[in-house]
Design a protein around this ligand. Structure first.
Ligand SMILES: Cc1cc2nc3c(=O)[nH]c(=O)nc-3n(C[C@H](O)[C@H](O)[C@H](O)COP(=O)(O)O)c2cc1C
Ligand code: SF4
Length: 686
């Protein structure tokens, strides 16, 4: 297919100082939990994006010195020359596909931890470390400032030796000294680096000049700059940011501008739409003659074109869209818009970083598996047999298995008991704010529609006998799960007294349209997104809601996906009353008996109903029935029966998609063994 000429503008080259990007697609820095510890996995992940057409591929933030050690987070590292080979690997892989490699140098100052290095934290002025570590950062003296500039300069030189084409000076996300000196709340200095804006911007100006001086003849020097922190006067404000960009306008070779902190930048789709940062960055291009990159979870080529044509941006910055679809530019270039696997804005990718583990993506199950499993987001091994596959259940596991097996060329039959396809994705995407999650279903259905070898049956409830008679060689049960009604969960291993009553609802009931009388207690023993979305739905129907949880705060796991602050704000805006550190001892029909987790104090709360969100159970009755009939499989031509996804063990949608994908990858292949992936092994102990 040919590219639509209206997208030609996206494929124009852009000069960035001494180097030229081949098009306008710019993968902005993003961490991945692999960083300096897993260089081969890291390089392979970046390579796939270069192959997919991105003109610029950046690292994540890169530590320049042990006093800016961000352990336990695993980021890039350029402390000394020993760190060069790992990053050279990435540059070689990126260059092999005609892309530029960029590196984001940073010293995290009081937002580092130094848990590994045990160095004393550094900051513009004495202050506590940001992340609650019980240690303070000390105020930098002039010698420290000179050292910091030297470390940054040396790291830039090392970056050039590694092969990087773009070197960042990072002043974003409240995560780097160059930004900390700008912030009034972090900088109370009385010397020429504190006080007036001119003084507070001095260090940023100096580091840009140092970097240009060190590598500017061959590398583009990029500034990542936060234009607003949404914190009022103590933070970087839009009006100050405008002055800063005026002061430094043409000093860098490119401006990469966005919101700080991270939770205001990588906002989940539940709380921000595509292009939401525009009002905070649309003025930058008017101030500088240098190209401008911005972000906004851009997945629509039309939105991208509009950003360029309206003079908002010169290059389309993307982190999450490049994770969900490393081939996004190539698909636009080849006129394959329907093939674009759009990011759903769930931030499971972010949770990888926050849980100090390799990156995972809901939409793209191959993310993080490029090296260790050899999985490619676009390519799969062709089928190894003429086997016919029956998949029961069209949720994220079933749909992904059907799509991927279809791609391999198998004859696939996908049976769904309900009239609607998509399973939990269809249900959850109807909850307030989660509409984009339907992309998990829609992309897969769109792909399946083009595959004559994949057959889909709706409203088709199969029993074990019918499965046996179907004539399939392999059967995959992807029949999902349901929420428990008995209160069993983390806090109540024996269930909750009184939860057998009609006024006890589960998320399944609400998602299927039930609406309890109010006031309603939403009981959260799950700690992620469900309870707040259910509360939101109940509020939409004018129910008074109490959010009760045994945990010390609501939705605690959502801090890993950067939802937490937004959920708190939303619950407060809706008037949802939070009752934390409280378990439910009993439901008495018109009230719940609460027991305080720490004091043991008992109280009562009047309510008409409870929505209980505690644990789920696999719906595996068909699987169990088939296992019981194993002796009949050979006569029926069945070689294997497997159960996967929520039907095996309920989890995230990301787990479900991965399970379906893995099934499809592994069918008819030689089993990988007890450790089913490659590892970075330490083989030298000298
Ligand atoms: C998993 C993940 C890790 C990130 N790590 C970094 C980082 O190391 N440095 C940085 O400047 N921004 C980081 N970001 C922010 C992105 O660069 C980007 O500004 C933000 O995600 C908004 O762009 P998007 O909507 O295209 O995702 C990260 C984003 C994600 C999703
Ligand atoms: S994990 Fe979710 S937010 Fe992150 S890239 Fe994938 S789909 Fe987008």
């Amino acid at each position: 297919m040919q590219r639509d000429p209206r997208f030609d503008i996206l494929f124009e080259p852009v000069r960035i100082g001494p180097v030229v990007a081949k098009n306008r697609f710019f993968q902005v820095p993003h961490c991945n939990g692999m960083g300096h510890a897993m260089p081969q996995a890291h390089a392979a992940m970046r390579e796939v994006k270069a192959e997919g057409g991105w003109a610029v591929i950046c690292t994540e933030e890169c530590e320049i010195h042990p006093s800016g050690d961000v352990s336990p987070y695993v980021e890039a590292r350029l402390w000394d020359d020993h760190d060069i080979p790992a990053l050279r690997l990435m540059c070689e892989r990126v260059h092999a596909h005609g892309a530029l490699a960029g590196i984001e140098l940073t010293h995290n100052g009081p937002t580092a931890s130094n848990l590994y290095s045990r160095e004393v934290l550094l900051a513009p002025s004495h202050q506590p470390s940001k992340y609650g570590y019980p240690a303070q950062a000390r105020a930098m003296d002039k010698r420290d400032i000179a050292d910091y500039r030297r470390w940054h300069r040396n790291a830039a030189l090392r970056a050039r030796s590694a092969g990087f084409d773009l070197v960042y000076v990072y002043a974003g996300h409240d995560l780097s000294l160059a930004m900390h000196f700008l912030q009034k709340r972090r900088n109370q200095r009385s010397d020429e680096y504190g006080g007036s804006l001119e003084n507070r911007v001095r260090l940023l100006r100096e580091v840009i000049a140092d970097t240009k001086d060190a590598v500017g003849d061959t590398c583009g020097v990029v500034v990542r700059f936060a234009t607003e922190e949404l914190l009022g006067d103590g933070g970087v404000t839009l009006s100050e940011a405008k002055e800063v960009v005026h002061m430094l306008a043409d000093l860098p070779d490119l401006w990469d501008v966005n919101l700080a902190a991270w939770y205001n930048d990588s906002v989940p789709s539940r709380f921000a739409r595509e292009g939401a940062q525009e009002p905070f960055i649309d003025w930058v291009k008017k101030v500088t003659s240098k190209p401008v990159v911005g972000v906004g979870r851009f997945t629509s080529p039309d939105t991208m074109v509009s950003q360029i044509r309206r003079g908002v941006l010169d290059m389309i910055g993307a982190a999450r869209p490049s994770i969900a679809d490393p081939y996004l530019p190539k698909k636009i270039e080849e006129g394959r818009l329907d093939d674009i696997r759009e990011c759903i804005g769930c931030n499971i990718c972010v949770a990888g970083d926050n849980t100090v583990t390799p990156i995972r993506c809901t939409q793209n199950p191959t993310m993080g598996e490029e090296w260790r499993k050899g999985w490619h987001p676009e390519r799969m091994a062709p089928r190894k047999s003429g086997a016919k596959i029956l998949i029961v259940g069209s949720g994220p596991t079933g749909l992904e298995a059907a799509r991927a097996l279809g791609q391999r060329g198998y004859e696939v039959h996908l049976a769904e008991g309900r009239p609607e396809l998509g399973g939990r994705v269809s249900l959850e995407s109807r909850l307030p704010g989660l509409a984009e999650w339907a992309r998990v279903r829609d992309w897969r259905l769109g792909q399946i529609k083009t595959m004559p070898n994949v057959h889909v049956y709706r409203g088709s409830q199969l029993g074990a006998q019918e499965v046996l008679e179907f004539g399939a060689n392999h059967v995959l049960l992807a029949t999902g799960c349901h929420w428990r009604r008995d209160g069993f969960g983390r806090s109540n291993g024996l269930g909750i007294k009184g939860f057998g009553q009609a006024a006890i609802f589960t998320p399944d009931d609400i998602m299927n349209g039930a609406m309890p009388d109010g006031p309603v207690v939403v009981f959260d023993d799950d700690y992620f997104y469900y309870a707040s979305t259910i509360a939101d739905q109940l509020c939409k129907h004018q129910r008074a809601v109490y959010y009760v949880t045994p945990d010390d705060t609501i939705a605690s796991w959502s801090s890993n996906t950067l939802d937490y602050r937004h959920i708190q704000a939303r619950m407060h805006a809706l008037g949802v009353e939070q009752i934390v550190a409280s378990n439910i001892a009993e439901f008495k029909g018109d009230r719940v008996v609460l027991e305080h987790v720490w004091s043991g104090k008992v109280s009562e709360l009047s309510c008409a109903a409870v929505v209980t969100i505690t644990a789920r159970l696999p719906q595996d009755a068909l699987y169990q029935a088939l296992l019981a009939m194993e002796s009949a499989w050979p006569a029926a031509g069945i070689q294997s029966v497997r159960c996967a996804g929520d039907a095996l063990a309920p989890g995230l949608i990301a787990h479900a998609v991965y399970a379906g994908h893995r099934y499809a990858r592994e069918l008819d292949e030689v089993p990988a063994g007890d450790v089913p992936f490659r590892r970075h092994l330490h083989t030298s102990f000298t």
